[in-house]
Write a protein that binds this ligand. Structure first.
Ligand code: BES
Ligand code: ZN
Ligand code: ZN
Length: 477
């Protein structure tokens, strides 16, 4: 998809007029009949009205009514996606988005809804099954939008597209090594440094959690470090993002029933969010030192797979009694969180499709967030989350929940009880941190069985826009 700025509206162009009220129709050169048609449609509560002029189509998109400021941006993104549906429905390839009454932010939100909604994953479709969306080009006709705004939107969108691609790729393609290669490709593009630890290096570091989960796999694990350290960084200590990169989660010997396994290629969505977020941050050269850590492997049963009852010595030297091999995310994240200590970080945020419990509790509308000593950072993150509509619901880090992880034979076990699974998972991870820390569980919003406005079916790329917005807020205060 191409988005540019246009200084004119050719008479043959398809145009979307963004307006606030029917008063704005006056300057738009519609005929009297057209105006009365549009007003009737508006009366019938339509927020997009299509006028067919045969050689071109004109659209009126009405500004959303009474909603709060953040909800308004979201309502406008959703409106943009709705307009996109009309355009693709009418097989339109190019459109001009024109507005004198929307602000620059609003117009960008509208176009963002269009661009994100136009994503498709067609790699494995062939012949007539490969139905490509028609829209290819959007020109923005407005003084309120700069080329810089458009560049930012396009980089963020391509980061989201990449992140969705990684999740939508089946694990036969997206192995741990492939995931690391994707990170390297994006790092090379943006000018960030990407280092990939191979199995040998991971063994020499004694990352016991990552190696235990990998024991059932015929593919080696990877541990990727994606670092953006600009000379003009505003921070002394880095922000660190850690993403769960389980490229496929069968559950291991604690095998998942197949209806729960079907979508488990999405179990590296946290890693995809970190790679996409790091790409946007570095490509747009935000002056902030940020590091992404991505432990990756698949989780499978096999002759050598780790077992329920096994005891694993982790990277930090502590021991874990594995009572369920399906609680594998926390095993690999724990090693990455311990590894993050060496950076003396300002804050570490992990992001993971960690528990069915999180998804059952709040569904796909939000992610679960938990915090430890994070001061104002959690409030700031929630603010960014509201802005980009990747919302966070806080769950408690109360110590009583941690008691559920006591083991008879090791330092702790890898599962709590039947209840509060999202919280005990967070408590498990907390043990491997000694810095300000936020844990995000995206098991609900990472992967959709059917599209939700501009969040297309399959991988959503959730987390990418959140991380970019959060790091940007460090620059702008
Ligand atoms: N990858 C799953 C969690 C998940 C479930 C992600 C649904 C996306 C959608 C995770 O590894 C897992 O299996 N968690 C178990 C933990 C349990 C064994 C303590 C769960 O949530 O059931
Ligand atoms: Zn699992
Ligand atoms: Zn998992």
């Amino acid at each position: 998809m191409k988005v540019d700025k246009s200084t004119r509206k050719p008479s043959s162009a398809n145009i979307i007029y963004l307006i606030k009220s029917n008063n704005d129709l006056i300057d738009l050169n519609f005929s009297r009949e057209e105006v009365s048609y549009i007003k009737n449609m508006r009366k019938a509560k339509k927020d997009i009205v299509e006028v067919n002029r045969f050689n071109k189509r004109l659209y009126i998109a009405y500004y959303p009514g009474q909603v709060s400021v953040n909800q308004k941006s979201e309502a406008i993104r959703v409106l943009g996606n709705k307009a996109l549906g009309f355009l693709n429905g009418s097989k339109i390839t190019k459109v001009v988005v024109s507005s004198t009454s929307f602000s620059g932010n609003d117009i960008i939100a509208f176009v963002e809804g269009m661009v994100l909604g136009n994503y498709q994953f067609l790699k494995y479709k062939t012949g007539e099954n490969k139905k490509v969306n028609s829209l290819e080009e959007i020109s923005i006709f407005s003084k309120e939008v700069s080329l810089k705004d458009i560049d930012e939107l396009m980089v963020i969108s391509s980061a989201v597209y990449n992140s969705r691609d990684y999740v939508n790729e089946p694990d036969s393609f997206m192995t741990a090594e492939q995931l690391a290669t994707e990170a390297k490709t994006l790092g090379d593009d943006s000018g960030a440094k990407v280092e990939i630890f191979t199995k040998k290096k991971i063994e020499s570091l004694k990352m016991g959690g990552l190696l235990a989960v990998n024991r059932g796999s015929i593919n080696p694990p990877t541990f990727t470090i994606f670092e953006w350290k600009p000379k003009n960084a505003v921070n002394d200590k880095p922000y660190v993002f850690v993403g769960k990169g389980v490229v496929y989660d069968t559950g291991g010997l604690s095998l998942k029933p197949s209806n729960f396994m079907e979508t488990m290629k999405c179990d590296m969505a946290g890693a995809a969010a970190v790679i996409g977020g790091m790409y946007a941050i570095s490509k747009l050269k935000l002056p902030v030192h940020v590091i992404g850590l991505i432990p990756a492997t698949d989780n499978r049963p096999d002759g050598n797979a780790y077992t329920p009852g096994d005891v694993v010595t982790m990277f930090d030297g502590s021991t874990v009694e594995v009572l369920n091999t399906d609680a594998e995310g926390r095993m690999i994240l724990a090693d990455a969180l311990s590894y993050a200590k060496k950076y003396d970080p300002e804050l570490v945020i992990d992001i993971a499709t960690l528990t069915g419990s999180a998804s059952r509790a709040i569904g796909s509308q939000a992610m679960v967030g938990m915090k430890v000593n994070s001061g104002k950072e959690f409030v700031g993150l929630c603010k960014s989350a509201d802005k980009v509509h990747e919302r966070i619901v806080e769950f408690p880090m109360w110590d009583e929940y941690g008691d559920m992880l006591r083991s008879e034979i090791a330092d702790r076990k890898n599962i709590g009880g039947a209840e509060a699974g999202a919280i005990t998972a967070g408590k498990f991870l907390e043990h491997f941190t000694n810095y300000p820390y936020i844990h995000l569980d995206i098991a609900g919003p990472a992967f959709l069985a059917k599209s939700n406005a501009y969040r297309t079916v399959g991988g959503t790329g959730v987390g990418v826009r959140l991380f970019y917005e959060f790091i940007k807020s460090k620059v702008e205060g």
